[in-house]
Design a protein around this ligand. Structure first.
Ligand SMILES: Nc1nc2c(ncn2[C@@H]2O[C@H](COP(=O)(O)OP(=O)(O)OP(=O)(O)O)[C@@H](O)[C@H]2O)c(=O)[nH]1
Ligand SMILES: [Mg+2]
Length: 463
């Protein structure tokens, strides 16, 4: 989702970092390039300008001009400026009350109902007992949609007959939550095309009835900078405590996220990255900045693996098996990963979170589209368990038999073996995906440590 912006920024940084010494003029030229990249990615002008100003100040404070080997420091400076613009240390939902409540608000079609279900699922997994509340007094279809989503994720939905005033819906939902032993209300309010008086009155009534500590504005990131204006309108009228950017998967340029997070003055809490109830990501400014600069985001990757039913503490890519050198990846590991990937959604998004793998993401997307995962799975399943653990046993006759068993050409088997070798090499080079880092979180600054950012040039030189 930050492809275009990320690759432009990285190109500018690489050009600058490639110089022995950076002069004042180099720095200004680089900042001008970064500014154009931000504007082209649809980042709001005001946000762009304050970002550039912050980068300039940081560069001067760190005495980058005239210094030697400033490439890494520049990356760190841009990372820090982006992190700050995206909201600094970030914020979590405040759900300490005995019966906490979250009111979701936003324009029509922004993604409120979908997001209500996503939040319910996430907080359910965190050990809360949510109750979804359909608070659209006019549209029967709205409650119907929420009821279906609630049934799909196993969360009860409170609804009232059409025409019930929202304040009444809110009060009864609170009572019902207490009766049912639910400790969290997630209220899906009705959407309208504009922030008109009736909507403002409804929101005020709901607030008076339920007094939700969290009032979360859901914005459609696909509308780009328009979303920033919507946020400003709601800020005056409804005093939102946080933002959720829905449909960020549709924002290829990534400008909306930066514009909104940097310009609205309301913290972003989550990102919606798809239509499925699982497609909700916590928003961590430093991790997002790291992803834009392609430093990789292992912490988020670990969360996705955990949500897909994997073990976040298990090393993602290495496991020692019989016959395989300790710590080397085997076909059994690969098979396990292929299966997890198919349950995780768009694979490109995932691959991009692995440090240094950003460029492979597009290839990975193609592979999925072409059914390559399924075919690879079939080939691996045609191997004997011993072969899966030890690919060196795969002689030509065995490869031929495996190909026949999977109904594929032998070239495909050869390619898969080669792929495994490449992955082993990559893992060896990056020091693997360190379980401690996976469990501990953290975005990872430029490659001072294993598993961090891989500088493409050095990467090529290594080995
Ligand atoms: N791709 C993508 N689609 C999304 C996302 N969130 C919501 N949608 C889709 O956007 C459309 C509108 O979502 P809703 O949740 O119904 O929006 P709403 O704000 O409740 O709409 P109203 O109740 O009519 O105001 C639906 O088709 C959703 O599937 C997202 O993060 N990514
Ligand atoms: Mg809705």
């Amino acid at each position: 989702m930050f492809d275009a912006l990320g690759s432009r920024l990285r190109a500018s940084l690489q050009r600058l970092g490639g110089r022995g010494r950076i002069s004042e003029a180099d720095l200004e030229a680089g900042l001008a390039e970064i500014r154009t990249a931000l504007i082209d990615a649809d980042v709001a002008l005001s946000v762009t300008d304050s970002l550039i100003a912050s980068m300039r100040t940081r560069a001067h404070d760190e005495k980058v001009v005239g210094g030697i080997g400033s490439g890494d420091r520049l990356v760190a400076i841009v990372h820090a400026a982006l992190t700050e613009a995206l909201g600094g240390s970030g914020r979590e939902l405040d759900l300490r009350e005995r019966t906490a409540s979250i009111l979701l608000l936003g324009l029509q079609g922004a993604g409120k109902t979908t997001t209500a279900a996503k939040l319910a699922l996430r907080l359910l997994r965190d050990g809360r007992r949510p109750l979804l509340v359909a608070a659209d007094p006019r549209r029967p279809a709205a409650a119907e949609q929420l009821a279906l989503l609630g049934a799909a994720i196993g969360v009860p939905v409170h609804r009232e007959p059409i025409g019930t005033p929202v304040a009444e819906i809110g009060r009864r939902a609170l009572e019902s939550a207490k009766k049912l032993g639910r400790d969290l209300l997630i209220i899906d309010s009705s959407g309208r095309t504009t922030l008109d008086e009736e909507l403002m009155r409804e929101l005020a009534d709901l607030r008076a009835a339920v007094n939700p500590r969290e009032r979360i504005l859901v914005l459609d990131a696909a509308t780009g900078q328009q979303a920033l204006r919507v946020a400003e309108g709601f800020k005056e009228a409804a005093d939102p405590t946080g933002l959720i950017l829905a449909k960020l998967d549709g924002d290829a340029r990534g400008g909306a996220a930066l514009s909104i997070a940097g310009g609205a003055g309301i913290p972003v809490l989550y990102l919606g990255t798809g239509e499925r109830p699982e497609a909700l990501e916590r928003f961590h400014p430093d991790r997002i900045a790291g992803r834009i600069l392609e430093m990789g985001d292992l912490a988020t990757l670990a969360e996705i693996v955990r949500d897909a039913g994997g073990d976040p503490r298990a090393p993602v890519a290495t496991k020692s098996g019989s016959g395989a050198p300790k710590g080397e990846m085997t076909f059994s590991d690969l098979l396990e990963q292929l299966r997890k990937m198919s349950s995780m959604g768009p694979i490109g998004q995932i691959v991009k979170m692995i440090p240094g793998m950003g460029g492979v993401a597009a290839q990975a997307e193609e592979a999925v589209a072409a059914g390559e995962l399924k075919r690879a799975e079939a080939i691996i399943l045609s191997m004997t368990p011993t072969e899966r653990e030890n690919p060196s046993l795969l002689s030509i006759p065995r490869r031929r038999r495996i190909a026949a068993g999977a109904g594929r050409a032998i070239e495909e088997v050869n390619r898969l073996v080669k792929r495994l070798e490449e992955m082993r090499l990559l893992i060896r080079r990056t020091g693997g995906i360190d379980p401690a880092r996976l469990a501990g979180g953290g975005g990872g600054l430029p490659g001072k440590h294993a598993g961090g950012y891989i500088r493409p040039k050095e990467d090529r030189k290594a080995k």
